[in-house]
Design a protein around this ligand. Structure first.
Ligand code: PEP
Ligand code: MG
Length: 580
């Protein structure tokens, strides 16, 4: 039995078999062969190519079924290459002339191919990744190993990996992944956010768990405490089965809250919304008792697919969400691509500092056709309900004005085309960089609402990369500087009479509910599975109590004192969540 500590990012306890991902890097040592072995090696390679072709055809078919024929065309290149007679000849003659094993010929020939593509214009250079993908597939089939796949698991597992991109997490087989444990990442990495949204217990920042765990191991994953126990003994299993049962009882006990309002004991009504990444999550927001969608991360429409969604794809997704919300508010955030989402995976020259690079609104303002297309889809869908637009990562007023001008421009186009839309919908900004928090009064004059993004606000205030496990202990919204910025933004919103919500992970952590209420926050938006706990916290306290907590916190100078105090206070109110 081996205990491994990381950062618990999505609560819950799971006991299941482990599947380790990412062990698919093949070392190809130089291996010479005897002249009489040439034929055998060529046959082995031909068989591996045939098997790879079949895998790709199957993948193409299932993708067409799940996402559509157009999306399935991403595999056309793979098919073309594997059917290419010239390539086969090049493999065979390399084996023959250089007297090397099939694996070496694959690595050599495809290495040359990759280099040729790399030197081509950007569009073709993207093919390098496909060439590597084919190489990996051929090497695996030559080795006789079965493929690792997350999309068709067939049994309940805990996935252990070095890292997972948000797209991998989004595409995973959600029915069977019972837990996620990864080496990399921080508490607010998007992989963590997706896991929480899907209600999958998860731990990140385990540093070297891929080396300690092996596929087939049994494990207990405790997402509340960031603990992964490999090959647990009988005592540990019995203990965790009891804890899991108690937790599930607690979660069920919250069901009755779903239909009750989020109102404090002294009668203050609080708005409690859900954050979503996928349209299907709206159902959870509503069943968990959320009052609408406070943050729709629309960039997830781009993840898990290789072709960009069309205007109609986006329009359909938005309409689905808006109609299901049935006139409850839906805050649609415009594309927040970049940083750890999408663009780097596809970039020929990844940015050195993607979180400080071309992401979010910056990316949209540099890719206007894409931005305008999304705004058209949002504005067309806006007539279906209470839709609000939210711009991410605004850092200065010029960006805000440009973005608003483009909205007006798109409205005029729709007007000219006679397409129904709501030209007066509310426009807000994410307050997620210190420059905006510090200049909030100037922004408040030009927007209809603020939404505080504490994930990025913490990252940029404390200079701590939110996905880097090595600095994860430094990432905390309990830092007095972060709390001071939040307090000022809420105050400025009150002075200008514009609503302020908070939609970072902090909003979904019951430990922070009291301090946020005490700082004056009246609108929370969090991962849908967390709504009941936050509602319970809200319903258990008075605003007086919350203001006292805020006063007490303002006396502390360090994040450790603040976290300890907030945890102790929250434990008294909800011992079931805080263990004791
Ligand atoms: C945030 O930064 O707090 C936020 C809600 O946005 P995201 O996590 O998508 O960057
Ligand atoms: Mg953000």
């Amino acid at each position: 039995m081996k205990q491994n500590r990381g950062i618990g990012v999505s609560p819950g306890i799971t006991i299941a078999e482990v599947v380790v991902l990412g062990g698919e890097e093949y070392d190809v040592p130089h291996q010479e062969i005897a002249p009489e072995a040439v034929r055998d090696e060529q046959d082995r390679l031909t068989a591996a190519i045939k098997k790879s072709q079949k895998e790709i055809f199957d993948l193409q078919e299932s993708t067409a079924g799940k996402i559509g024929v157009e999306a399935a065309r991403i595999f056309d290149f793979h098919v073309g290459l594997l059917l290419d007679k010239l390539l086969l000849n090049r493999f065979c003659s390399t084996i023959d002339q250089e007297r090397i094993a099939a694996e070496c010929a694959v690595a050599k020939v495809l290495g040359e191919y990759a280099k040729e593509f790399h030197d081509m214009p950007t569009y073709l250079a993207e093919r390098v990744k496909d060439v590597y993908d084919i190489e990996e597939r051929l090497l695996r089939n030559l080795s006789g190993r079965e493929p690792q796949t997350l999309s068709d698991l067939g049994r309940d597992v805990i996935v252990v990996a070095h890292d997972m991109t948000p797209s991998q997490t989004a595409m995973a087989d959600r029915r069977h992944i019972r837990g996620i444990a990864i080496d990399a990442g921080g508490a607010t990495s998007h992989t963590a956010i997706v896991a929480k949204a899907l209600g999958i217990p998860a731990i990140v920042g385990l540093e070297n768990i891929t080396a300690s765990a092996a596929s087939g191991d049994m494990a207990i994953l405790d997402g509340n405490n960031g603990l992964l126990i490999l090959n647990p003994d009988e005592d540990a299993l019995a203990k965790y089965k009891t804890i899991a049962r108690q937790q599930s009882d607690f979660v069920h006990s919250l069901d009755s809250l779903c239909r009750l309002p989020a109102i404090t004991r002294d009668g203050h009504e609080i708005e409690l919304f859900g954050n979503i990444e996928f349209p299907e999550e709206v159902a959870t927001v509503l069943t968990k008792g959320g009052g609408g969608v406070g943050l729709y991360r629309t960039e997830f429409l781009y993840l898990g697919r290789d072709t960009a969604p069309s205007e109609d794809d986006q329009y359909e997704a938005y309409c689905h969400v808006i109609r299901e919300c049935n006139s409850k508010p839906v805050v649609i955030r415009t594309l927040d691509l970049g940083a750890d989402k999408y663009t780097q995976e596809r970039a020929r020259n990844p940015e050195r500092n993607p979180f400080l690079g071309c992401r979010s609104i910056r990316y949209c303002l540099q890719n206007l056709p894409m931005f305008r297309q999304q705004l058209r889809a949002i504005l067309r869908a806006s007539v279906e309900g209470d839709v609000r637009i939210l711009f991410p990562l605004i850092t200065n007023l010029t960006e805000l004005r440009q973005a608003k001008m483009i909205v007006r421009d798109v409205c005029e186009d729709l007007e000219d085309e006679g397409i129904d839309h709501n030209p007066d919908l509310s426009i807000g900004i994410m307050v997620e960089v210190p420059s905006v928090a510090l200049q909030a009064d100037a922004f408040a004059r030009e927007v209809d609402f603020f939404s505080i993004g504490t994930n990025d606000l913490t990252q940029y205030t404390l200079a701590v990369d939110r996905v880097n496990e090595r600095v994860a202990p430094l990432f905390t919204p309990s830092h007095p500087a972060v709390l001071r910025l939040i307090r000022e933004v809420i105050r400025t919103g009150q002075q200008h009479n514009i609503p302020v919500s908070l939609c970072g992970e902090m909003a979904g952590s019951p430990m922070y509910t009291l301090i946020l209420l005490g700082l004056g926050l009246r609108r929370f938006s969090c991962a849908p599975p967390m709504i009941p706990e936050i509602k319970k916290m809200i319903r258990s306290v008075t605003i007086q109590q919350a203001m006292e907590v805020a006063r007490q916190v303002s006396r502390f100078d360090t994040d450790a004192e603040i976290s300890n105090y907030l945890r102790a206070t929250a434990r008294k109110i909800m011992p079931e969540v805080f263990g004791g």
